[in-house]
Design a protein around this ligand. Structure first.
Ligand SMILES: NC(=O)c1ccc[n+]([C@@H]2O[C@H](COP(=O)([O-])OP(=O)(O)OC[C@H]3O[C@@H](n4cnc5c(N)ncnc54)[C@H](O)[C@@H]3O)[C@@H](O)[C@H]2O)c1
Length: 257
């Protein structure tokens, strides 16, 4: 997809990977670049940096996602690329309290469904539209010590696959971004949650602009899976090749945490 002259929305665009994507997209001269974030102030700050528009939006609420899409389309015309990127990290296992499950399920998974529901009908009429889902390597591989995060990110990968299969022949393009560790406030918070050791044990931390560069290349090539960390593909292939061996390796990794 060529981004020049397009209308782009980035959720969770006030920080980290979302902000880096907005900065990278701006270089391609889109017609409109909308930064949406729960934190409206940060959305506006980033919008000022990229010459776009900042909007406050809680993507965990379907009505707010519908409002966001309508507001952008009223002002700028049909959305060409919607990046469902907002997310949170909660560590813990089966004991995670119900309220935390509810929150992470809404923010990390349902927000992606709300985006698809708001956008797909119009895109089917136009026979064109691109949805980028920020999942995570945790959606392909499972993150040690973080059950709610792993489950919600697996769900995003499943939704993205389903959308790509169902609408791929009808003009709708889907990409699924699955980074490992990226140096953002989310990771810093998760490090505190998980004791930090899993990150050191499991791989390299890269910077948000590196992710944004991989996204730009992935969108240009219209690749379903965008993997800013090359190792993730190797781990994913090993998992598919021998699940039991992969599980044994993950247990060893857990012992290091
Ligand atoms: N940082 C990593 O290591 C890493 C790795 C893989 C995937 N990811 C994913 O990348 C995405 C971006 O994360 P990040 O690392 O840039 O984190 P970040 O904390 O820097 O940015 C996330 C942004 O999402 C916003 N947000 C949170 N809840 C929201 C809501 N309900 N509605 C709207 N906005 C909301 C926050 O205000 C924040 O600005 C997330 O989906 C995350 O799971 C991050």
């Amino acid at each position: 997809m060529k981004l020049e002259g397009t209308v782009i929305v980035v959720t969770g665009g006030g920080s980290g990977i979302g902000r880096a994507m907005a900065l990278r997209f701006q270089r391609e001269r889109p017609r409109a670049l909308v930064i949406a974030d729960l934190d409206g102030k940060r959305a506006e700050e980033v919008a000022r940096e990229v010459g776009g528009v900042g909007l406050a939006c809680d993507v965990s609420r379907e009505a707010e996602v519908q409002r966001l899409v309508r507001a952008v389309e009223d002002r700028a015309g049909p959305i060409d690329l919607f990046c469902a990127n907002a997310g949170i990290a909660i560590g813990g296992g089966i004991e995670t309290p119900e309220a935390d499950w509810d929150r992470i399920w809404r923010v990390n998974f349902l927000s992606h469904l709300w985006a698809a529901r708001a956008l797909v009908p119009g895109w089917l009429e136009r026979k064109s539209g691109y949805l980028l889902h920020t999942a995570s390597a945790a959606g392909l591989l499972t993150m040690v010590g973080a059950l709610p995060y792993s489950v919600t990110k697996h769900s995003v990968v499943a939704l993205a696959e389903w959308l790509a299969i169902t609408y791929g022949e009808r003009g709708i393009k889907i990409s699924c971004l699955c980074p490992l560790f990226v140096n953002t406030p989310l990771l810093t918070g998760a490090l505190t949650d998980l004791g930090g050791k899993s990150v050191v044990a499991a791989g390299t931390v890269i910077e948000p602009p590196e992710v944004a560069e991989a996204v730009a290349a992935g969108l240009d090539a219209e690749k379903f899976l965008i993997l800013p960390h090359a190792d993730v593909l190797t781990y994913f292939q090993r998992k598919a090749a021998d699940y039991d061996r992969w599980l044994a390796g993950m247990r060893r990794l857990q012992a290091l945490v």
